[in-house]
Ligand binder design. Structure first.
Ligand SMILES: Cc1cc2nc3c(=O)[nH]c(=O)nc-3n(C[C@H](O)[C@H](O)[C@H](O)COP(=O)(O)OP(=O)(O)OC[C@H]3O[C@@H](n4cnc5c(N)ncnc54)[C@H](O)[C@@H]3O)c2cc1C
Length: 358
């Protein structure tokens, strides 16, 4: 997200210092196994920066199937909504490589190995940001007592451009189609109780695949692990303030440094990219006499984005809580609700549009 922002600000003819931290860089021998579900707005933004990956690394999702734990089911189809795709599943290393190359070609961006005095510092350091703490910003965290395990699998049957999700026993398993329309690989995100994580990470590969097959009801046939397994602890979190002044210098937060949401709806980076689009538009459209570090300007951005992020977080958090309860009454109610929702074209249309960022 930070790289996308640097490119957007350079396009606004601002001079940008891009601060890297080699100590924090992921070794190339350990690539990120995740894939991001990105919406149409994120796609348009990345395309405008010429950083959208090739079709094999950005698979169109034409169908989506969400299953409850007692027969509840919701289906979405791009054709019903009259859109080319519901979302795109983007390979993380490919996207990061594109953004890094674009930064290298941008003369207005200087790569720095440490922070320097600046008219405005944008903190894009992710959820564990040390600069946010240094600036004394309170970060309110609600832990979910769940971790997401991510991995890649080869499946026996082609994915047919369908993304699937199973809500079962408080856990959530998501399959995201990879490698383009003809692909038969999946990015898996499995949100499980913290106590189960270590066991699932070290479990024999065949046994891990059998566990995933059992939850996914053999949807794509036999599965084979084709990557390592990584885990992320999950939380909902919000910075109290997103902008301010520290020792006379202005700062602002964006992306996971400002907010974290549960990945069940695949919205974290979409929200971050919407932050950077809003921030660059605010800075680019400022009155000629306002400096980029003007506090009013930064609060304008903060107000606009906080509202949207809060709405998304409430929705995602509500879904997480609804499916976390194992009480039979809740189980019956939510599965009944899913079936009703699936039959309501108007509600489905509205919900899909929200998730698609339109
Ligand atoms: C399992 C899982 C699946 C997900 N799936 C989706 C999805 O499908 N769709 C979606 O939209 N979102 C998804 N997300 C959320 C998404 O990963 C995050 O919202 C997104 O990565 C946030 O981007 P960011 O740039 O704000 O932070 P990060 O991706 O955390 O990047 C922060 C960067 O800052 C660097 N950094 C930190 N401190 C410093 C420092 N002091 N100096 C210099 N650099 C520093 C870090 O090394 C890192 O490179 C998922 C998350 C998880 C855990």
């Amino acid at each position: 997200m930070g790289r996308a922002l640097a490119l957007l600000l350079a396009r606004e003819r601002l001079r940008v210092g891009w601060v890297t931290s080699p100590a924090l860089a992921r070794p190339s021998s350990d690539p990120d196994v995740r894939a991001y579900a990105l919406n149409a707005k994120s796609k348009a933004l990345l395309e405008s920066l010429r950083c959208w990956p090739e079709p094999e690394q950005a698979t169109d999702v034409l169908k989506m199937q969400i299953k409850g734990d007692r027969g509840g089911e919701v289906n979405f189809r791009a054709s019903d909504l009259d859109v080319p795709a519901l979302m795109w599943i983007v390979d993380v290393p490919s996207l990061e490589a594109r953004l890094a190359t674009a930064i290298g070609f941008e003369a207005r961006i200087e790569v720095l190995d440490g922070p320097r005095p600046a008219a405005l510092t944008v903190v894009c350091e992710g959820k564990s940001s040390s600069t946010r703490s240094e600036f004394g910003v309170e970060f309110e965290v609600k832990p979910y007592h769940q971790s997401a395990i991510a991995a890649r699998l080869r499946c026996e049957r082609p994915h047919d451009q369908c993304a699937c999700q199973w809500f079962s026993g408080g856990e959530i398993l998501a399959f995201l189609p990879l490698d383009g329309p003809q692909g038969n690989s999946l990015a898996v995100v499995w949100s499980v109780a913290r106590e189960r994580v270590d066991e699932l990470l070290v479990m024999d590969e065949a046994e891990f695949c059998r566990s995933v097959e059992a939850v996914s009801e053999g949807r794509f046939g036999a599965l084979r692990l084709i990557s390592g397994r990584s885990a992320w602890p999950l939380q909902s979190a919000h910075a109290r303030r997103w902008s301010g002044c520290h020792r006379g210098e202005s700062w602002v937060l964006a992306g996971d440094a400002a907010h974290n949401v549960h990945p069940l709806a695949g919205q974290g980076l979409n929200l971050g990219l919407a932050d950077v689009a809003a921030l660059s538009a605010t800075l680019g459209g400022r009155e000629y006499w306002r400096p980029v570090g003007d506090q009013r300007l930064l609060r304008r951005y903060e107000r606009e984005r906080k509202l949207q992020v809060l709405a998304m977080d409430r929705t995602v958090d509500g879904l997480q809580s609804l499916f976390a309860s194992e009480a039979p009454l809740w189980q019956a109610a939510r599965n009944w609700g899913m079936r009703g929702f699936d039959r309501s074209a108007v509600l489905k249309h509205w919900m899909a549009r929200q998730a698609m960022g339109s």
